[in-house]
Ligand binder design. Sequence first.
Ligand code: NDP
Length: 261
Amino acid sequence: MAFQEKRVALVTGATQGIGLAVAEGLASQGHKVFICARDAEAVKDTVTALTAKELEVDGTTCDVTSKADIKAVVRAAVDRFGPIDVLVNNAGRAGGGVTAEIPDELWEDVINTNLNSVFLMTREVLTAGGMRAKNRGRIINIASTAGKQGVVLGAPYSASKHGVVGFTKALGNELGPTGITVNAVCPGYVETPMAQGIRQRYAQAFQTTEEAILEKFQAKIPLGRYSTPEEVAGLVCYLATDTAASITAQALNVCGGLGNF
Ligand code: NDP
C-alpha cells in the first residue's frame, strides 16, 4: 500500500533472513528504510544490493546488546531519513542446551540480544527517534512461536521470546490511546541461516543427521514445510500500513499452522 509521504522505517538485523526480507518489503512499499547489523561488510553489501533495486535504503553497524550502539543507530537513522515511523525489532539469536549446563554468558547473551534490546531500542525510538512526539507509528517485534510454548533444549530462547510477547502486549495496551500500535509477529520454522544452524545443533545433540532433523521438524508443521522469510515479511509489511491501525497488542503467528494459539 503506497503512502502519500514516504515514511521512515528502522529494521534491526536486516542483512539476511527475515530482517532482509522485511527491509526489502518495507522499501518496496514506499518506506525509507534504515538497516543495521553487527557485520559492517554485510550492512554495506545489503545497502548496495537494495539500492541497486531502486529502493531507498541506508544503514550502519549496531550491536543491539550495546546501549551506546542503540543510541547511535537511532541518531543515525533520524539524521539520514528523519523521525522514525516504523520500528522492526528483528535482530535475534538462537541459544539453548541442557538447562542445568547452560553457562551464565549464554543465558545473558540470549536475553540481552532477544529481549533487553527490544525494550532499549523501543524506548530510544519513542524518544530520540521522534515516534512519541509524532503520536503515530508502528512497533513490530519479531518474536517466535517459541514465545508462546516451551521449546525443548531452548529455555533461554523460549524465555526471551515469551518476554518479547509480554512486553508487546503491555506496551500495546499502554499506547492504545495514541496512534502507535505495537505487535509481535511469531514465526514458526523459517528457512534462514539461523534455521540451518539450529538444525546442525539439534543433529549434534540427538546424534543424528541434519536431514533427519529437517524431516522431524517438517512433520510437525501442518503445511509440511518451513515458512519463507517473505511470508513473514508480508505480515510485517501489512502491520505497517494505515489499514492495520486497529491491530495492536497482538502476537500473530506465521508458522504454517505449527501453533494454534
Ligand atoms: P538470522 O540469524 O538468519 O539473521 C539474523 C540477523 O540479525 C543478521 O542480519 C545478523 O547480522 C543480525 N544480528 C544478530 N545478532 C545481532 C546483534 N546482536 N545486533 C545486531 N544485529 C544482530 O536470523 P533469522 O532471520 O532466522 O531470524 C530473525 C528473527 O526471527 C530473530 O529474532 C529470530 O529469533 C526470529 N525467528 C526466527 C525463526 C526461524 O526459524 N528462522 C523462527 C522464529 C523466530 P550480524 O550477525 O552481522 O549482526
